[in-house]
Ligand binder design. Structure first.
Ligand SMILES: *Cc1c(COP(=O)(O)O)cnc(C)c1O
Length: 360
């Protein structure tokens, strides 16, 4: 008899999500593997965290993160009743699936995309179905709608490709699915992009938009995310979340960050500039690099001695971590590279030059 007999079959069947490597403290790698922001959080944000690290930590935080939701409402021009805060945007994705998906119900997404969605679906006993992106990266609206899923995900900019679909196609999908489910627009990378989908909420009550503070807000270590949706759906989501899902320090940081978008805008612009430079430099070296609007690029490796796993391993030997998706055959000849500081990207390009010279 095994202890596993008490574990739900859905859990036994899961492999579990594998996040990118976080090196042990003291190992100094250039970290271009988990899309963190290379810049430190702005000083007022760090000061807000420090100002709240005092005796009040013995008290529970505000349960619904009300000050954060009010700050988000001011920053983005909507009402706090339309905002739900999460312990990272992954917490919101979990809450969404717990709210909408029961055993045997479907969750759909275009693929390849964020590999956490199938894991969260399987936790609910749901069925995950994928439709390939159209040629040129378009949203397969008709194919997705045919699944009649309770939840349909659109990641925009998409991970790990970095491409964006036109907002008009997201609107079409909302209409095509309105009779049977909701659409989740995952905007984890949207601050690095040219436009966003919050404006679609007015006309599409079955739309939920999620955002993360891990990438554009330089706060992956604190775990903060935001969800935007109708007040009706937000009311249901509040029943599902952990009673105190954002701690006091995270709430203080999120409120401060939302009040100082002016300090973040130059960081986002610096990442965009560096993304353009690195994309071009990799193309000149024989990589195929699609247009990205995120803080990473997906690069198809040039023909030669090394495959995707080989490049990932050799770059690690050179002190640089990038992300390789071994499990997805469509991504085997590709590596995903986070945009870091210009000097870090110079080190990457030097390492690439060395490996290309060695493989000739
Ligand atoms: C990083 C990421 C998330 C999760 O962000 P957290 O706020 O760190 O939980 C969600 N969706 C996508 C597509 C991501 O890449």
């Amino acid at each position: 008899m095994s202890l596993q007999q008490w574990v739900r079959p859905e859990i036994l069947a899961m492999a579990g999500y594998v996040p990118g490597e976080q090196p042990a403290p003291g190992r100094s790698f250039i970290k271009l593997n988990t899309n963190e922001n290379p810049y430190p959080p702005p000083r007022p944000v760090l000061e807000a965290i420090a100002a709240n690290a005092d005796q009040r930590l013995r008290l529970y935080p505000e349960p619904s993160s009300r000050p954060v939701r009010e700050a988000a409402a001011r920053a983005y021009g909507l009402h706090p009743d339309h905002v739900v805060a999460g312990n990272g945007s992954d917490d919101l994705l979990t809450m969404i699936l717990r709210t909408f998906v029961g055993p045997g119900e479907r969750v759909a997404a275009p693929g390849p995309t964020y590999s956490l969605y199938p894991e969260l679906t399987h936790l609910q006993g749901g069925v995950y179905v994928e439709s390939p992106w159209l040629a040129e990266g378009g949203l397969p609206v008709a194919a997705l709608a045919e699944h009649r899923a309770k939840v349909t995900f659109v990641t925009r900019p998409n991970a790990p490709t970095g491409h964006v679909v036109p907002l008009s196609q997201v609107a079409e999908l909302c209409q095509a699915t309105a009779a049977f489910g909701v659409v989740v627009l995952d905007e984890a990378y949207v601050d690095f992009a040219e436009d966003h989908g919050l404006g679609l909420l007015v006309d599409h009550p079955n739309l939920l938009v999620t955002r993360s503070f891990s990438k554009s807000f330089c706060l992956a270590g604190l775990r903060i995310g935001l969800g935007f949706m109708s007040a009706e759906l937000a009311g249901q989501m509040h029943k599902v979340r952990d009673s105190y899902n954002l701690d006091r320090l995270a709430q203080a940081a999120a409120e401060a960050a939302l009040g100082r978008l002016d300090l973040y805008a130059p960081l986002w612009e610096a990442v965009r500039l560096e993304r353009r430079r690195v994309s071009e430099a990799l193309r000149q070296r024989g990589f195929t690099v699609g247009e990205s609007q995120a803080n990473f690029v997906l690069a198809a490796i040039p023909p030669g001695r090394l495959d995707g796993a080989g490049w990932t391993g050799e770059l690690k030997n050179a002190g640089i971590l990038v992300r390789y998706f071994a499990a997805d055959p469509r991504l085997r000849d590709r590596i995903r590279i986070t945009i870091g500081l210009p000097e870090e990207m110079d080190r990457l390009l030097d390492a690439v030059d060395g490996l290309l010279a060695g493989s000739r």
